[in-house]
Design a protein around this ligand. Structure first.
Ligand SMILES: Cc1cc2nc3c(=O)[nH]c(=O)nc-3n(C[C@H](O)[C@H](O)[C@H](O)COP(=O)(O)OP(=O)(O)OC[C@H]3O[C@@H](n4cnc5c(N)ncnc54)[C@H](O)[C@@H]3O)c2cc1C
Length: 325
């Protein structure tokens, strides 16, 4: 193969749209085996597991993965900040039936203090990448070997393929797993990640938005419950006086961990990962793509690990802009 995308979630879909679906996709439709660490499911979502073998020895750090077609995009809120997305890019999504719907209690069951927050929808539901991506190779990648003129991609069933170029769109947790298995993260290496602080609040009556939060997403009460159980479309009229706010603040949390005998260790006081928008993976103080390019110029990382969020709130806009840059 000349070029492949590994992953089947939102970043893989964005890249496929940019490339007009002319790149092969390697990703498992269903999870093959499981561990419970990092697992995240919702009552109505397809059941997925985490497949990462490493541990994080700190209960304050909550990372998540869904190693199944669609990944987190099967359970996410679909929110995006379109303020700095080029309209031509929005049009490219539109050509595949994907629309960026302005928030309103009527259409999305949610509003924001920012006009520019929209919800990404496909067929009147929150976009789930699994409804569009069709994997060419239905396998889980375990590791990558860098050869002089090509890359060797190993699968969980002990077979392999080769490709000249790889786009890794696997989410933060699996990216770390592939890096460990490939020998790129070694004993004693450090990793770091960051996120904007965030907090959920419950409100009776439609109070002012928190003036200290640059971005607030407000859900009608039933929409919030439906989001929590994984119902990905608006179904019923909401109660007009009960709301859940997701407040995103300008301050950042950062976590630094060291790899030691199969585990990441590090002390942090506050919890990390609550925003679910943790990003900017650095290895030994180098941004992950900078670190990668020193090993091979032919492996490119996309998705949250590869970006530092530009503004509190949704992260999907940074993922999209990074892919089109
Ligand atoms: C509950 C929840 C709500 C969220 N809401 C929002 C929101 O409203 N707005 C927002 O911007 N962000 C939101 N997020 C974050 C959101 O998940 C990301 O923005 C988006 O899904 C990231 O895309 P991704 O492609 O990096 O990861 P994912 O969408 O998770 O996709 C990763 C893909 O890679 C595949 N994969 C993993 N490992 C391998 C492997 N080894 N080999 C092959 N394939 C592999 C997985 O199976 C999956 O298909 C939310 C997250 C959660 C959990």
């Amino acid at each position: 193969m000349d070029r492949v995308i590994i992953g089947g979630g939102f970043s893989a879909l964005s890249l496929l749209i940019k490339e007009r679906f002319a790149v092969k996709v390697i990703t498992p439709r269903l999870p093959a085996y499981s561990s419970n660490q990092f697992k995240i499911n919702k009552f109505l979502s397809s059941n997925s597991s985490s497949l990462a073998k490493y541990l994080i020895n700190n209960k304050n750090i909550m990372l998540h993965e869904r190693t199944i077609l669609g990944g987190h995009s099967a359970i996410w809120g679909g929110f995006i900040n379109i303020s700095d997305i080029n309209p031509n890019i929005i049009n490219k999504f539109h050509n595949y039936g994907i629309d960026f719907i302005p928030l309103s209690f009527k259409k999305t069951g949610s509003v924001s203090n920012l006009q520019e927050i929209a919800q990404i929808q496909f067929n009147d539901e929150i976009l789930n990448s699994s409804k569009i991506i069709k994997p060419d190779i239905d396998k889980l990648v375990t590791r990558i070997e860098i050869k002089k003129d090509f890359l060797k991609i190993y699968y969980a069933d002990n077979t392999f393929d080769t490709s000249k170029k790889i786009h890794l769109c696997v989410g933060v947790v699996q990216l770390i797993e592939i890096f460990i298995n490939s020998g790129w993260i070694k004993e004693g290496d450090s990793i770091s990640m960051e996120e904007y602080k965030s907090k959920f609040t419950f409100n009776m009556f439609e109070t002012e938005f928190d003036p200290n939060a640059p971005c607030v997403i407000r859900y009608g009460f039933f929409r919030a419950i439906n989001h929590a159980i994984g119902l990905q479309r608006k179904t019923m009229r909401d109660v007009p006086f009960m709301f859940v706010n997701q407040n995103f603040y300008a301050q950042k949390n950062k976590v630094v961990l060291r790899f030691n005998q199969g585990s990441f260790i590090g002390a942090i006081g506050n919890s990390f990962g609550k925003s679910i928008h943790y990003c900017n993976l650095q290895i030994n103080d180098k941004k992950v793509n900078e670190f990668m390019s020193e090993l091979s110029k032919n492996v490119k990382i996309h998705g949250a690990a590869s970006i530092s969020q530009s503004f509190p709130g949704p992260i999907s806009n940074d993922i999209v802009n990074n892919i089109w840059q």
